[in-house]
Design a protein around this ligand. Structure first.
Ligand code: PLP
Length: 401
């Protein structure tokens, strides 16, 4: 028999917990357990439809024959619409500094590939969206965690950030509004972060994919604070426009000449992958220039679900939860019995109740800190049943250890 084909070493430490937990859920389903997938932030999976004018725009583009490759950076008028949406929010970004990407994810990966050499370091919040660590692992670079503090609304700890900057640091990732914590950063923190990167000649990778889903006022792009600030912004129509499967997003490079070389290299790398999905670029145009009325109702739904979530979770003995202020995730903490981990809790919850959450250590928190992430996109009445089940299981888990 021939030997198995080996896998590249680069993937040895690659992991993405949000999808990895699905394997355990499938096994549980095979034994007859019904599973409620609260692991992935996909509004469509919970009945929030993609706005019809986006569907029409894609259908029209396909029928009109827009099915060839587009320019690598995307169709010009769509890039103009993206640039215009930044300028409406106070950030002056030229269309030629916008690149259309296959979701926020591809933009992140392109820019990390441009920025880091093997052994370089990128500062990442903990808890983090795990694509950053996964992508850096693949590139042979190091994720260096900086703390965000649940006792201060999950704000970044600036002193800790400062202490983590070293000679190999290339960039700081800021996820605002945040997944998995639901935090929205204060303007003071945002300003101070910019001062810090200026002082150290670093760049901020601003993941702004939830910017339109804050329950209070919209979160402005970080680049709006200062046109010269070294900021690269990433976003998409996956969340606020409820089309995650279309893989349609963009990156926008602020910061003037300081980031010209990075921009040029990103264009070059983007050339090599030809283009993002063409018809879906028309959806971006429809999203940014068309009717936006779905957003208000969506935000109202999210705010209501967030309130149910923090009220119900904080009423459970042994659980505490910082109330989310944006998006559709909460990051509660459970007091674990000695010797038990967040994975024990999450997989116990799956096997006893059929609820699939993601363990905090998948986002970089310590396994014995007891964090887990829950997606709260289900209707409020269903959330009530879900939290009844979480309460019963938590009581049992803490009693039986
Ligand atoms: C913080 C954050 N960044 C990026 C992404 C990926 O988004 P996209 O679908 O635009 O690639 C997600 C998806 O959950 C996310 O939560």
């Amino acid at each position: 028999m021939s030997a198995p084909i080996p896998v590249g070493h680069r993937l040895e430490d690659f992991s993405y917990a949000i999808r990895n937990v699905v394997a355990a859920a499938k096994k549980a389903e095979a034994t007859g357990q019904q599973v409620k997938y609260l692991n992935i932030g996909d509004p469509v999976a919970f009945g929030f439809q993609t706005p019809p004018h986006l569907v029409d725009a894609v259908e029209k583009a396909i029928r009109d024959g827009s099915n060839g490759y587009t320019p690598a950076a995307g169709i010009w008028k769509v890039r103009e619409a993206v640039a215009a949406s930044y300028s409406t929010s106070g950030a002056a970004i030229d269309p030629d500094r916008v690149i259309l990407t296959s979701g926020t994810s591809e933009g992140i990966e392109l820019v990390l590939s441009v920025l880091v050499n093997p052994g370089d370091e990128v500062l990442i919040p903990v808890p983090t969206y795990p694509f950053y660590t996964a992508s850096l692992t693949k590139l042979g670079a190091r994720s260096i965690y900086y703390r965000t503090d649940p006792n201060h609304g999950w704000m970044p700890d600036l002193e800790h950030i400062k202490s983590q900057i070293g000679p190999r640091t290339r960039a700081i990732v800021m996820i605002d509004p945040n997944n998995p914590t639901g935090a929205v950063y204060s303007s003071e923190i945002r300003r101070k972060l910019l001062e810090l990167v200026d002082r150290h000649n670093l760049v901020i990778l601003a993941d702004e994919v939830y910017a339109d889903l804050s329950y209070d006022e919209p979160v402005l792009p970080l680049a709006a604070i200062n046109p010269d600030a070294p900021v690269i912004s990433f976003s998409s129509i996956s969340k606020a426009y409820r089309a995650p499967g279309w893989r349609a997003g963009w990156l926008a490079v602020n910061g003037g000449v300081r980031l010209d070389a990075v921009l040029a290299a990103t264009h070059e790398l983007a050339d090599g992958r030809l283009c993002s999905t063409g018809p879906m670029q028309y959806a971006i145009l429809a999203a940014l220039t068309g009717d936006n009325s779905h957003k208000e109702a969506f935000i109202d739904s999210l705010r209501e679900r967030a309130e149910v979530t923090s009220k119900r979770l904080n009423a459970i003995e042994g659980i505490s939860c910082v109330p989310p202020r944006a998006a559709f995730y909460a990051m509660p903490k459970v007091e674990l019995p000695p010797g038990r981990t967040d994975q024990d809790f999450v997989f116990g919850l799956l096997h006893k109740t059929g609820l699939l959450c993601v363990y905090g250590s998948g986002f970089g928190t310590a396994p014995n800190d007891g964090f887990f992430r829950i997606v709260f996109l289900s209707p409020p009445s269903e959330l009530d049943t879900i939290y009844d089940r979480v309460a019963d299981f938590t009581a049992m888990f803490r009693r039986e250890g």
